[in-house]
Design a protein around this ligand. Sequence first.
Ligand code: KOT
Length: 828
Amino acid sequence: PRLEFGEEKIKAERMFGLMDVFLKNDPLSLQKDILDHVEFTVAKSRFNFDDFEAYHALAHSVRDRLIERWHDTQIHFNRKGPKRLYFLSLEFLMGRSLSNTVINLGVRDQFADALSQLGFEFEVLAEQEGDACLGNGGLARLSACQMDSLATLDYPAIGYGLRYQYGLFRQVILDGFQHEQPDYWLNFGNPWEIERVHITYPVKFYGTVTDEVLNKEKHKVWVPGEVVEAVAYDNPIPGYGTRNTIVLRLWAAKPSDQHNMESYNTGDYVDAVVNRQRAESISSILYPDDRSYQGKELQLKQRYFFVSASVQDIIRRFKDTHKNFNEFPEKVALQLNDTHPSLAIAEVMRVLLDEEHLGWNRAWDIICKIFSYTTHTVSSEAMEKIPVDLMGSLLPRHLQIIYDINFNFMEKLKKMIGLDYDRLARMSIVEEGAVKNIRMANLSIICCHTVNGVSRLHLELLKTKVFRDFYELWPHKFHYKTNGVTQRRWIVVSNPSLCALISKWLGTEAWIRDIDLLIGLRDHATNAELHQEWKMELCNDLMLVCTIGNVQVSLNAMFDVHTKRIHEYKRQLLNILGIIHRYDSIKNMNKNDRKKVVPRVCIISGKAAPGYEIAKKIIKLCHVVAEKINNDNDIGDLLKLVFIPDYNVSVAELVIPGADLSQHLSTAGHEASGTSSMKFLMNGCLLLATEDGSTIEMIEEVGRENMFLFGASVNDVPALREKGPALKVPLQFLRVVRMIRDGHFGLKDYFKSLCDKIETGNDYFLVGADFASYLEAQAAADKAFVDEDRWTQMSILCAAGSGKFSSDRTIQEYAEKTWGIQPCRCPS
Ligand code: KOT
């Protein structure tokens, strides 16, 4: 039986009194814990185990400490009863956990010492861990950074997601072509999760809705056609410099025991069991994203499964301490990470109406107070639309509710704007046409109290283009919170030498929790001693070299990095054309001029969505160009091109600290924010970038003179596109495209469609129009690189000015302005 609240309180107090009997972190205790886990968890002899087994034992010892703090945090939150944030996201890119966890717990050095006395090296064991890739890219890594900040800033928050059995596909390159392999990441066990066999909820699908009378009132009853069980897996997320440890709760689908029993009595037993097993497929796979929504049934099932389990969990937690729903909006904030979890709106409405029997007006009032939504895109193709037929068959009751919400909204809208049918049609949740669709963005805007963009420019585009009709109706709903990344992972974990250097020159480690202090580096930007140490630090290249396989590169070269998902708008093609131009220019230089060339190692890395043909061609093009350049003895060290396969969080952790220059080339107006640029900036890497997304805000923070900016601005883009075939492109551009067309790198037929895409008149992303300006920025980077002092100073100023781009700042803004939550710090 559950303890009464008062009893729980007494018990908790007793527990806090016993704090010093909890796990200890002295070397002997740690060694004993690790060896016990070798013997009893990994089940190997403590006298004979390898690195992999040692990693698991180590991870379990760390996990024990995490669990302890997490329990304390939970007890503390339960006692205080604060408003909680529920962060709903279908994607989290957590990467590895070990180093991040021990650093946040403040026990890294203790564990490293304990291990070394056992004859193991911490770093070597850390390498044994695989990445948790439960997401596609920017949006998913952002969720991970935000969880770290929520924990560190002591906010009472819970993250909800799906426990995919297959993470994002692994990219394998064969003969320069991308192939996809499944990432069955749980194969070797996952020490970072805690299976909660008792925290399960039934999730219903299909079936019919009937009217029933209960206590003289009419109610809708949904009789499902299929029921699946959701099981919770908890992943503790420790804060840094605090005892607070929050949780990321991921749901896995299991066959349901209570339902679908009929088949057992009537049909074939074996068939029935096999059928039941199919339930697990709901949470089995992460959909690779190509930014075009396809309306697949399994994907919709997956999203509803996630939403329903999370909503049941949230309502159960609330009802544990509340008798009615009056206080619900004061205790619950629900954040939708893009529209992917937006079915939660209809689900909460359904529960309040059909299960809690609240009237429509009361339920609707609650909905409007609890939901907020962040959009991560500027492209309307990426906006989620669910075919009405699909929704009607899978979620019949939700479709009714969405229709009712829409009806009410349309009636209200007509009164406000009159009978402007075009506008009414654009703003309706239901899109009419050959296939009727539910527009999830419209549903979200109508039901959320706040819609956030992810950079200032993004909000501007939402207001003037993407959501213009809605902005004109409800200007107060629209805001932005510029994205940020966590300095814990992106400096402290991945670049420990830079971390030590920063702490030394700031005279404190406090910047790890208080990023504003980073600006203090500016005071030393011209200090010769710092320059010396900073330059040594920039030579981190060595690490990078180890990762780029069998291409010989010079350490004096500029390491020029372009890593992100392969997408036309991100313009990896512009980079490759620039490299071909550089190659061609060097080939045509005399000996003297060659001496002035700044050697470059160009690194490109990123995955293409499996069905995205053009993106896959770009990867192949990169490989054929690399093949040609890297094997040209005449070029030697002056230019190398390397494609690093299977880009993920761990690859990013290696590449970012080693980069001198990083490229962010999106056509202006296409990148909602961009977050990799923030990680490079924090690491003192200079940026070659367009004025897009959050770059515009970086210019304000570090100064235009410390960046290499190029290309059309957002305001220029429409006019340039308008020009069509009359658009001027430089001769150099025509020349490099001609080289590809003529088969200079082979496969001319294969690359034809790629060349056609950037031909004048066809070049939607303006590769040709921006080419001259791109080459100028590249030349400026070369020039700055040879002036070591100037480069070093620019690098210091970039790191110093990167404070704004910490997710701590972002989360604090969300907490204060959107969610209305307060820190709730666990005593330590
Ligand atoms: C994917 C599908 C539909 C809608 C949005 C996406 C999406 C957007 N996935 N990742 N993003 C990126 O999110 C980042 C975090 O906000 C941004 O920095 C970046 O510009 C987006 O492209």
